[in-house]
Design a binder for this molecule. Structure first.
Ligand code: NDP
Length: 335
């Protein structure tokens, strides 16, 4: 049975998320295991090798990374760099014949996403996005209810992902700069709202209106601190969104024919709370990253379609770019 084999994963970009979430999660996965690392920081290598028993032959840097093509221990490269570098590394991984998981948000532009998708197709590998909430029970409950129209159709949606960021030193700087191609909180946090809005609506938006604002102008010199937007769907129904590094809020609320489905908090690694018109939800804590990677590995092993393919990542970037356009132009953007 193909499902019994563990796929080998190399993490590429050993920053905060790879170190504190993905590597530990890979100690719990049933269908994948951490077999390699790719890093631009040689000083990180000894600790990783020791902690995770990674042999010398499975350690790469950004110059010799393409040699990974010859490494049978590695089936998947998981790209965990700043967002503006996902495309370059994902394409190199695909060309090396490895399956690719790219972290969210997929890439700065729709064109970048398309190049990633085409590289995967051309090299006959899969491309998936690190959308961990597709394995989180509270979000799954909402998705199921919206797919089956269990509480009727939806009337309005509200999604906010905002937290006041105060540490802008070191590597975190890429998040509020323009250089690595993204637009601050709108990409980093807003992609969760866009995801939530779309898996609630179960449809694509027709147009968007948006604005951006910056309270701490001394810090946010390159990208806005806050974006607010409203997606409009068929029938004039609307989904409000907000992403901010200055405000706070963490929710996804859907008004249905039969009452509210409300998740708050909703986007974290745990601690979700929520209710449906039937009452409170109550699910046990899960390791989202472990379930996500297992789900992604199983899709590969079984040759099944991914729940979180590159096309979904690109769909979301298209919405994010629309939000940017609408905010800059001060008028609706038509998709
Ligand atoms: P960090 O800044 O902590 O780490 C990024 C790592 O990328 C660095 O440590 C470095 O690793 C590598 N890197 C390669 N080139 C560069 C460069 N030019 N500048 C900076 N770093 C570089 O970021 P995070 O780990 O927080 O985020 C990484 C990605 O994961 C992002 O796309 C982010 O959106 C996503 N993410 C997803 C989360 C989720 O819940 N799904 C949560 C947090 C982040 P090295 O030194 O090994 O080369």
């Amino acid at each position: 049975e193909s499902g019994d084999r563990k796929l080998g994963i190399a993490l590429l970009g050993l920053g905060d998320y790879a170190t504190h979430q993905l590597a530990p999660a890979l100690q719990e996965t049933k269908h994948a295991r951490l077999t390699g690392i790719v890093t631009g920081s040689p000083e990180k290598v000894p600790t990783w090798q020791e902690k995770y028993a990674i042999p010398d032959g499975n350690v790469y840097n950004y110059d010799n990374f393409d040699e990974i093509a010859d490494n049978k221990d590695i089936d998947i490269v998981y790209v965990v760099t700043p967002t503006g570098l996902h495309d370059e590394f994902s394409i190199r991984a695909a060309k090396a014949g490895k399956h690719v998981i790219s972290e969210k948000p997929m890439a700065p532009t729709v064109e970048d996403c398309t190049r990633m998708i085409e590289a995967a197709e051309k090299n006959d590998v899969t491309l998936q996005i690190g959308y961990r909430l597709h394995w989180e029970p509270y979000n799954l409950r909402l998705i199921e209810a919206m797919k089956t129209k269990e509480f009727g159709d939806w009337k309005s949606i509200s999604a906010t992902n905002a937290s006041r960021m105060t540490n802008f030193t070191g590597l975190n700087k890429w998040r509020i700069g323009k250089e690595l191609g993204i637009q601050g909180a709108l990409y980093d946090l807003g992609v969760y709202c866009v995801q939530g809005q779309l898996y609630s609506a179960q449809a694509r938006p027709l147009r968007v209106t948006a604005n951006h604002s910056t309270e701490r102008k001394d810090i946010f010199t390159e990208v806005p601190e806050t974006y607010e937007w409203e997606l409009e769907f068929e029938g004039g129904r609307k989904a409000a969104g907000m992403a901010s590094y200055g405000k706070s809020g963490n929710w996804l609320k859907v008004e249905t024919d039969q009452g509210m489905i409300e998740l708050s908090p909703v986007y974290g690694y745990g601690g979700q709370k929520g209710s449906t018109p039937e009452g409170p939800m109550d699910f046990p804590h899960v390791n989202q990253q472990a379930l996500q990677i297992d789900g992604q590995a199983l899709a590969i092993l079984k040759g099944e379609a991914s729940k979180v393919p590159g096309e979904m990542g690109r769909r979301d970037i298209r919405v994010i770019r629309g939000i940017m356009e609408a905010a800059d132009a001060g008028k609706p953007y038509e998709f």
